[in-house]
Design a protein around this ligand. Structure first.
Ligand code: FMN
Length: 195
């Protein structure tokens, strides 16, 4: 099934494509790790197969946005329990708040998704349990006009992948491969590793 390194790299690409498109995919919600050794679950919104980059959405005020701005090292961890495949990615993160790609991601999101950006940013201490949302939109879908101020808080996280580490668990013997590249235009260099 995985006879060559090319088979493995194609497997990674196919899994990431599906992870972004299919919310039922086990790989739809990877763990994203930042340089401050913090980790959190995020939704994978898109995988650009040509550039080998990931797109995720976040709040520009979230602590991770400032961390990435100061230290762009990012890792992404995926595991598909059914397929018994782990994918570990390392690369460079970039937080974008303006530009056509961010605008398209914003308008392409549902009003419920965009509502999250109306309230307080993540991690603000509160005197009691809180969603952080303004009371008038709590429990309902906001109108387009109400969402205008939320746009300023919306950010896109782009991760340019530089290292792919793939692990397949199998009764007949686990398999592992790694692919690296020096920059975005360069060809991937692959090798098999002991698991
Ligand atoms: C299933 C799931 C999906 C999530 N998706 C996102 C996401 O797409 N973007 C995001 O910023 N946070 C997402 N979160 C929340 C983060 O895990 C985290 O709590 C939040 O971003 C806090 O910000 P920080 O990591 O900057 O401290 C998600 C959490 C869960 C459990």
């Amino acid at each position: 099934m995985f006879a060559s390194l090319e088979d493995v790299r194609k497997d990674c690409a196919q899994r990431l494509i599906r992870a972004a498109r299919d919310r039922r995919s086990a790989m739809h919600t990877p763990v994203i790790v930042t340089g401050d050794v913090d980790a959190r679950v995020m939704v994978l919104r898109a995988f650009d197969q040509a550039a080998w980059s990931l797109r995720l959405h976040t709040d520009a005020r979230a602590p991770k946005a400032a961390v990435i701005a100061g230290d762009p090292r990012v890792a992404a961890l995926f595991y598909d329990q059914g397929a018994k495949i782990q994918i570990r990615l390392r690369g460079t993160g970039e937080i974008l708040t303006t530009g056509p790609e961010v605008d398209a991601a914003w308008t392409g999101s549902t009003r419920f998704a965009r509502r999250c950006y109306l309230g307080e940013g993540p991690g603000v201490v509160s005197s009691g349990p809180t969603s952080g949302l303004p009371g008038e939109v709590e429990g309902r879908e906001p109108e387009e006009a109400e969402l205008v101020p939320a746009r300023d808080h919306f950010a896109l996280l782009r991760i340019r992948i530089a290292v792919i580490d793939w692990l397949y668990l199998s009764h007949t013997g686990h398999l592992r491969a790694r692919f690296t590249r020096t920059d975005e235009g360069a060809a991937w260099q692959g090798c098999w590793l002991t698991p």
